[in-house]
Design a protein around this ligand. Sequence first.
Ligand SMILES: [Zn+2]
Ligand SMILES: [Zn+2]
Length: 320
Amino acid sequence: MKVKFWGVRGSIGTPIKGTAVREKVRKILAYASPGDVLDEASVDRFLDSLPFSLLHTYGGNTTCLELRTKDNDLVIVDAGTGLRDLGNKILVEDDFLQGRGECHMIFTHSHWDHIQGVPFFGPLYIPGNKFHIHGISEDIEGRLRYQHSERHFPVPFDGLLASKDFIQHQENEAWQVYSLNITQKGLRHPGGSYSYRFEEDGKVLIFGTDAEFKLEDMDSIDEYLEYFRDADVLIFDTQYTFEEQLQRIDWGHSSASIATDIALKSGVKKLVLFHHDPSYDDEKLDEVYLRAVRYKEMMDAQSESNLEIIMAYEGLEIEL
Ligand SMILES: [Zn+2]
Ligand SMILES: [Zn+2]
């Protein structure tokens, strides 16, 4: 199984600002020496040596993941603004342009940052393509239709000419899509959100976004620890720093330190920090990452866990 991140931002799309680009260029120039710009090869070597967030950006699109099974079948999880670019890719690389594409789409919930890419998802407009749309949230079809009301978007939902069927699941149900075995768990979030656990050939990927776990919950989350137990990859809502989470109780999101605690307690191998706050620029996200790593080192001083922590960014791919 493979996962690729097309949108990692929470709440609202967050394009990088021109002033931030200028600041990156200024810092890069300060790093450079004459030998770094002699020819194309030395420029590439120099660029490859720079820290991630100087040369890149974590990305401004909202939640969208591309899962590929071992047979390269496509499953899309959530349809934030990142879905638009994913759509453009599969039009060309899969059979969607010819109207012969088929995929499953799975929704965690229907807040804007998880559905807003749907009206801009090219493959949905092409007759012949088949979409199987899954949700635990009640009436996922109605929620998506509502977004296409003429008050909100010029093309009605029925103007998306691909075939669409809707599959309503229950929280305690185990189901299968292609070679993926799927279970789910409700998360504390305004309006509700669901985490999914994808398993294929013994490898486990858990997507747990839009979830508020607080310090005082830590003694009563055994059922979650069991659900997260030994996951190879846990993608987790870490919208806030710990200090900011304390000021934003009941906003429905967690912090990187709580996520690290949960990952350590449940034996997770790789924790992916996700659903970045729209007010955090790349520099601040570097800080979130470094603080999470330091926190992990503090809590696991003997390095008894195998936990690795990484930041989600647009374009990141992980193979399990
Ligand atoms: Zn969200
Ligand atoms: Zn949400």
